[in-house]
Ligand binder design. Structure first.
Ligand code: GLP
Length: 240
């Protein structure tokens, strides 16, 4: 696990964009795993800028996102599909048909999980971008998720719902369930880039790197991956 420690959010975005640019200019036909949340927004702006300047080309790129809420109306601004369209896909020359997000109609929709996993297995992720939850979750794999999990439906913890309340009018509006790529699905990526900023991520970043691998802290599985770059600001690195 390699760490790059930067001064602030903007520098983290720049360093992450350098890694993405390295990958995106290494081949035409790539499969990229993407993430949502506030952490990657700065990176997505820089990726869009590179694309506008002709440095990168997404015409042959396929994307898979980590996760999606269950139960929000499709036109809700906080669905991860709408987040991705707004913050990245509508800003770059990607074919929207090549962008994939998991979708489940309700918390019992196991078929959709199997379909997403099947699709994922037809590709090899060249890179997976990750954020991290303050409880150490990756994607929406909450503490206790099996390290061998594939795409599945999860009940969100109170901590995660509280963390994400800032995007909604009230806690009641925050969905209780989500569909997420599993930990095994994430670990199959050739390379992983994890970004995190702010003091509220410091404990999770410390535990990810230093606590013995445990399903209670999902991000500890990344200790087993041969090619992980963690790009964090000094606040998120403060307990390392
Ligand atoms: C969210 C997402 C994760 C994300 C994490 C951190 O709930 N499901 O994929 O990495 O929590 O989010 P943020 O970057 O907003 O702190």
């Amino acid at each position: 696990m390699k760490f790059i420690i930067k001064e602030n959010y903007d520098e983290v975005a720049e360093a992450a964009n350098e890694e993405m640019r390295r990958i995106l200019t290494s081949a035409d036909s790539l499969t990229i795993g993407l993430a949502t949340g506030s952490s990657p927004i700065g990176l997505y702006k820089l990726m869009a800028k590179d694309n506008a300047e002709g440095i990168t080309d997404f015409t042959k790129v396929t994307t898979f996102n980590l996760d999606e809420y269950i139960g929000l109306p499709t036109d809700h601004p906080e669905t991860y599909r709408n987040f991705m369209n707004k913050n990245l896909f509508n800003q770059i020359n990607i074919n929207l048909n090549k962008t994939h997000l998991p979708y489940a109609s309700d918390k019992n929709d196991k078929n959709s999980c199997e379909e997403y996993e099947k699709m994922l297995n037809n590709y090899q992720l060249d890179v997976q971008l990750l954020g991290i939850g303050s409880n150490g979750h990756i994607g929406f794999n909450e503490p206790g998720s099996s390290f061998s999990s594939n795409t599945h439906i999860v009940e969100l913890t109170e901590k995660t719902r509280n963390d994400n309340q800032r995007f909604f009018a009230s806690l009641d509006e925050v969905p209780t369930h989500a569909i997420t790529m599993g930990i095994a699905s994430i670990m199959r990526a050739k390379e992983i880039i994890l970004i995190a900023c702010g003091e509220n991520k410091a404990q999770a970043i410390y535990e990810m790197a230093n606590v013995a691998k445990t399903e209670e802290i999902p991000a500890t599985i990344l200790q087993n991956h041969p090619n992980v770059i963690c790009i964090v600001d000094k606040d998120a690195a403060s307990k390392l």
